[in-house]
Design a protein around this ligand. Structure first.
Ligand code: ATP
Length: 454
């Protein structure tokens, strides 16, 4: 069946085929489109090609394409006249500045009535942008900014999609930096409450009394300094969603108050005597197992059941190697758009180290590693030298093996854990907190308490 209307040819001649082809190829912004004649001379060179190779059309048209792209140096044999079509072949054509750029090559040859090669159309897509597109293909997900190709994550995304439109309380479990807040926001955005507020609080970041006042508000004169009535997060999130991060750190006395809100949709502000009714959906997150916390007597069992109506587990990045590549390229492409450096390939050794790494700070750490590479490195290839020191030391693999939380060790005190975590992770607070099995806020408090420098 024809893919154009019977009027297409008439419209094409009215618009002018040149103009239509130019506009069409402009739409393929992330790569180079060009056409060659039977002798391989360039007949058409898109704006994307000018941009990618730094070569204006006037300097290319009429010249042999093999010479233009440096293929005659033996780098990339053409083979199109023999093969007829080529799909996703990895080639490394040369830019005007002599650098080579790794691309996927897709090309189709034309043959005349005698079967002679009559020219071709080619599309070269830089590896960097191609990887982003892979991220959008069907075996991967991009759901409210949550990117993944990992089967366990895809399963989690499926649950999130289904549960979003319900009122169910969701408990997200995952290490620091695995995307718990991102998921909470996605749940809110997909829910009928999306026009109402989404408020978040880290339960580990405040002292118990401040936390109580932040969550439930206080009336004027409730305590010294309470000079005016303050509406808490529950009141401000009315109609919307409240995200309770690090819920396992909630003190027992506040757990009772939270349970009451969940059961009765009402609470009494600090120092008040009248109950306030609210309609708030709770999404909670923790890096700990609430069951273990219940067993240890630190968490109320009834509250655990109320919170984990729908549990969602986000696996650590080290258990989803498929995502390392996807997230790396996503982050690289964001920097490519805005930064002065343009990265289009990752050196094999650098890639190996990135894949072998244990990522104690998970996706947040990966984003920081790419930011580091753009800050310190130069050139189109992201090399080993562009990575933070922990990737370059020969003991990278050994470190990555050690970085799991030190459950097996007997510690004399907490100060030892904090010190060791800082040492092993080279002072990276996020990674150190994860190593020590603490939230960032708890880790920060402990470090201050024991006066340990990073
Ligand atoms: N699957 C993902 N795809 C894209 N970006 C992600 C993904 N997961 C996490 N991120 C990004 O990583 C960073 C950390 O994510 P987020 O704050 O949601 O983690 P978290 O688990 O809530 O961390 P913490 O417990 O330390 O607060 C954010 O910049 C977030 O956008």
């Amino acid at each position: 069946m024809s893919q154009s209307s019977p009027f297409f040819n008439r419209w094409l001649s009215q618009m002018g085929p040149d103009q239509v082809i130019a506009i069409l190829t402009d739409l393929v912004d992330a790569g180079a489109v060009f056409a060659v004649d039977a002798s391989g001379k360039v007949l058409f060179w898109s704006k994307g090609a000018e941009k990618l190779f730094g070569l204006p059309a006037e300097s290319v048209l009429g010249n042999p394409c093999a010479r233009t792209l440096g293929c005659e140096e033996g780098q990339d044999p053409c083979g199109l006249a023999e093969l007829g079509s080529i799909k996703a072949q990895i080639v490394k054509p040369k830019r005007a500045n002599g650098e080579r750029v790794t691309c996927y090559r897709t090309a189709r040859a034309f043959f005349d009535a005698e079967g002679q090669f009559a020219g071709a159309l080619e599309f070269l897509q830089p590896q960097a942008s191609a990887e982003t597109m892979i991220g959008q293909q069907s075996n991967s997900e991009s759901f409210h900014g949550i990117l993944s190709r990992d089967p366990a994550m895809l399963e989690a995304i499926k649950i999130i999609r289904n549960v979003a439109e319900t009122e169910a309380t969701v408990l997200i479990r995952g290490e620091s930096g695995t995307g718990k807040e991102l998921v909470a926001r996605a749940l809110h955005q997909e829910s009928p409450r999306h026009d109402q507020p989404f408020l978040a609080i880290n339960c580990a970041a405040l002292t118990p009394s401040l936390l109580e006042s932040e969550l439930f508000g206080h009336v004027k004169g409730a305590f010294t300094g309470a000079v005016r009535t303050h509406a808490g997060l529950f009141q401000r999130a009315h109609g919307g969603t409240l995200f309770l991060d690090e819920v396992a750190e909630l003190p027992l006395e506040l757990q009772a108050k939270l349970l009451r809100v969940l059961q009765e949709q009402s609470f009494i502000p600090v120092g008040g005597d009248a109950a306030v009714s609210v309609d708030v959906r709770i999404i909670a997150a923790t890096h700990r197992s609430l069951r273990e916390e219940v067993k240890a007597g630190r968490f109320r069992e009834d509250l655990m059941y109320r919170l984990r109506v729908v549990p969602v587990f986000l696996p650590p990045l080290r258990e989803r190697r498929l995502d390392v590549n996807l997230l790396l390229w996503n982050s690289i492409n964001l920097h490519n758009l805005h930064g002065r450096r343009h990265v289009d390939s990752i050196a094999p050794e650098a890639m190996r180290r990135l894949l072998d790494y244990r990522w104690p700070g998970n996706v947040r750490e990966l984003i920081n590693v790419v930011e580091y590479a753009f800050a310190v490195g130069r050139g189109n290839e992201l090399g080993l030298d562009d990575l933070p020191p922990e990737f370059r030391e020969s003991k990278t693999v050994a470190i990555s093996e050690q970085v799991s939380p030190p459950k097996h060790k007997k510690y004399q005190n907490e100060a030892d854990i904090v010190r060791e975590a800082l040492q092993v992770t080279g002072g990276n607070l996020e990674a150190a907190a994860s190593y020590a099995g603490m939230s960032r806020a708890t880790f920060w408090r402990k470090r201050k308490k024991y006066e340990i420098d990073s």
